[in-house]
Ligand binder design. Structure first.
Ligand code: TLP
Length: 344
């Protein structure tokens, strides 16, 4: 796979030599019993970085979302979310299957569900209706092209939710991409949310792991849910050590991925102005809209693969997703762009 340019996701990065060294040398204990020092340090470090009381290391972003939603919302209650939220489409129906939650979608505009939409949708409360128990936002927003949820709007959503007594969950799988794109510290978005999860295993480049941050009380409930879902990981310091390197060395580097995504988007816009939404390319993702071309997403994906470029075509999609990351260099970006132009 090494001569391939893998633009399927930023999850495909391999651990760096520094991460492998940290993993080999990690001090470990039994994290289910609470005594893995490397996990404990990473949890403390993450909570403090995001301005929260406590944090919990979990195996994946999907589990991070589940344990937060489950800690905030009892079965039979509803979650208000963007109609293209990741947990709605790409987490195997976990919130319904494992938590008994109802999803009520609001039409998203870019990454945003607005405070006006949220105000109009939160239910007033009656014995006949489900209770609106959580409002969930996503930043950056995967299906909205990796775009940023603007801080002012996140604050306005948080304010409406505070007035109505409804907690906010932030799926911040790529929250540090939002920080890198805007210069706004991740903790500012965290302050708009009662719970959040972020991933070490995406742009930050670690092999495994996500972190949940919230109050001590919510994290304690999330901890019980992690156990229930089978997410207790024993000597997890081995992976927490790599995650720590990712957090310490991966954040500043994200601007390079954003520049490479921009380069891809601009090159594609030269080819056909309608095949990318240039304004929407704010971070490390480019969705190539295939309507101007006589190819389906699957056809394009397969053709690109023959030329050594891997991309993702979600089932039934009319676009192909390109994601830049640490293992895609400037030269790889230029090469991928040439291949895209040739094939399209
Ligand atoms: N997204 C993956 C795929 O599932 C599509 C990717 O390659 O982008 N929230 C967001 C916003 C995500 O994009 C993802 C992963 C998750 C949560 C889930 O994280 P994992 O894969 O660690 O469970």
């Amino acid at each position: 796979m090494d001569d391939l340019i893998d633009l399927r996701s930023d999850t495909v990065t391999r651990p760096t030599p520094e991460m492998r060294r940290a993993m080999a040398e990690a001090e470990v204990g039994d994290d289910v019993l609470g005594d893995d020092p490397t996990v404990n340090e990473l949890q403390e470090m993450s909570a403090s970085l995001l301005g929260k009381e406590a944090a919990l290391f979990v195996p994946s972003g999907s589990m991070g979302n589940q344990v937060c939603l489950g800690a905030l919302a009892p079965p039979g209650s509803e979650v208000l979310c963007h109609d293209r939220a990741h947990f709605l489409h790409f987490e195997g129906g976990a919130a319904a299957a494992h938590l008994g939650l109802m999803m009520r979608t609001l039409p998203g505009h870019g990454a945003v569900i607005s405070h006006d939409q949220v105000r109009a949708a939160v239910r007033p409360g009656s014995e006949h209706t489900p209770r609106t128990a959580v409002v969930a936002i996503e930043n950056t927003h995967n299906s909205a092209g990796g775009s940023v949820f603007p801080l002012e709007e996140a604050r306005a959503v948080a304010e409406v939710c505070r007035e109505r007594g409804v907690p906010v969950h932030l799926d911040g799988a790529r929250l540090f991409n939002a920080q890198a794109a805007t210069g706004v510290p991740a903790r500012e978005w965290a302050a708009c949310a009662d719970s959040l999860s972020f991933c070490f295993s995406k742009g930050l480049g670690a092999p495994i792991g996500s972190m949940v941050c919230s109050t001590a009380e919510i994290v304690s409930d999330a901890h019980r849910l992690r156990k229930r879902l089978g997410g207790g990981m024993r000597q997890a310091g081995v992976i927490a050590a790599a995650a720590r390197v990712a957090l310490e060395t991966g954040v500043e580097r994200l601007v390079e991925d954003h520049a490479n995504a921009r380069r891809l988007a601009e090159g594609l816009a030269d080819l056909h102005p309608d095949c990318v939404d240039l304004a929407g390319v704010e971070t490390n993702m480019v969705y190539v809209d295939l309507q101007p071309f006589s190819k389906s997403a699957v056809e394009l994906r397969d053709l690109l693969r023959e030329h050594g470029v891997l991309t993702l075509a979600f089932p039934g999609a009319t676009s192909v997703r390109l994601v830049t990351h640490r293992d895609v260099s400037n030269e790889d970006t230029e090469r991928a762009l040439e291949v895209l132009k040739r094939v399209l």
